[in-house]
Each structure stands twice: as structure tokens, then as C-alpha cells.
Write a protein that binds this ligand. Sequence first.
Ligand SMILES: Nc1ncnc2c1ncn2[C@@H]1O[C@H](COP(=O)(O)OP(=O)(O)OP(=O)(O)O)[C@@H](O)[C@H]1O
Ligand SMILES: [Mg+2]
Length: 217
Amino acid sequence: MPDAPILELEKVSMAFEGKQVLRNVSLILHHNETYGITGPSGCGKSTLLRIVNDLLSPTSGSVRFQEKDVREWNPQELRRRVVMVPQEAKMFPGTVRANLVWGLKVHGMTTEDEQLKAILREVQLWPIDLDGNAENLSGGQKQRVAIARALLLKPNVLLLDEPTSALDTDSALAVEKTINSLLSDHQMGVLIVTHNKEQAERFTSRVLELENLSEAS
Ligand SMILES: Nc1ncnc2c1ncn2[C@@H]1O[C@H](COP(=O)(O)OP(=O)(O)OP(=O)(O)O)[C@@H](O)[C@H]1O
Ligand SMILES: [Mg+2]
């Protein structure tokens, strides 16, 4: 039986106050696939991820997750399954532990410290004081907490917006390895925005290059 796409974007267009940002973007993401998105600053990469997560509604076109339009999903259920790691790794006031389990808590799920330790090891952030203040972490540490927070939800689709931009190469490679093993374990699909050509080459199977519509004539 052919493998149905996990995510399907069909002619997605977006304009903000009349300014066209995305035009007719189509892509198909399969299980166990990492799909890269590149393009100049301001071309709409983050906007595209927000549309996939139904945080924004496109001006036209559609997004289907597991063959159902994202607008027909219960938003909370959708965002447990299609999880975004935003471009700015935002920490909430509180401890590292509270920040890690934040997503789980929103969805009424819990976890043990052992599981937190395991995921932190995978993103090369162990040892760390789970009771320390998350706002005192470095940019790269926050980025890894944000990735771990998303992975703990065991998403079907992971939306990564420049997830390793603040990491050294070794940490970035460790994060990629973790995501790769989750891909095959959970039949997940990944959309990753990256400016890093080497990362795109080693980590993604296909790349969509968006153009800056405001600069194109
Ligand atoms: N909520 C919004 N209201 C109005 N304009 C917006 C909104 N969100 C994004 N834009 C505009 O849409 C364009 C695309 O923004 P977006 O953040 O998607 O770009 P990007 O490709 O992610 O850029 P970068 O590489 O710098 O992160 C920009 O011109 C931005 O100002
Ligand atoms: Mg962006």
C-alpha cells in the first residue's frame, strides 16, 4: 500500500495587509523524511511553519495533516502532534524542569526525571541543574531545552525554525542524530528551516527554496 503523506501543502499563499509573502507553495512530506526550507530573510519561512501549525490561516490554499485539513483538527490536538520549535527559544519564568515539561503539562501528560535526563543527554545538555532558573541559560542551552521540550511530546511532525543556529557543530550534530533516530522510531516527518547549507545537505532529503516576493519584480 502506498505510504500516504503525513503533511501536504497545496498552493499555500499568504499576504499581510496586501503584501504578498508566500505564493502557491506546495510540498508533500512523508513519514521518516526531513524536508529543508531555505530562502532569504523575510521570504516567509517562519510564516510557512506557523501556517502548518494553524497559528496563522493562509490567504488561500490548504494544509493537510494526516489527510485532514489542519483547520478541521482540534487546535490543541493538532499542536501536540505537529510541534514547532520556534526561531527564538522562549523560556517561561521558572526552572529548567518546568520549562521542559511545559508542553507535556499543557496536554495533560506527565513524565519522570529519568526521561528528562535521557532526552537531555541526547541533546547534549546533561548534566544540568533541573531546578535552576531557565532564564539564566545561554542562548544555545535554551535552544536545546526548546528542542527537548518538543521531542518529549513525541510529535508526528516536527517544525524546526533554525533550531541549531546558536549551537556549536558537535551539539548540532547530536541534535540531528537524535532527530534521525526518532524519525525511524516514530515514523515522524520534519520540516526544518535552515540557512546552513552543510546542515541542509547532510540532514535533509529535499530542500524547498523560497524567494523574497517583495524583491522580485
Ligand atoms: N503577523 C504579521 N503581520 C504582518 N507582517 C508579518 C507578520 N508575520 C510576518 N510578517 C512579514 O512577513 C514577511 C515574512 O516574515 P517571516 O518571519 O516569515 O520571514 P522569514 O523568512 O522567517 O525571515 P528570517 O529568515 O529573517 O527569519 C516579513 O516581511 C514580515 O515582516
Ligand atoms: Mg524566520
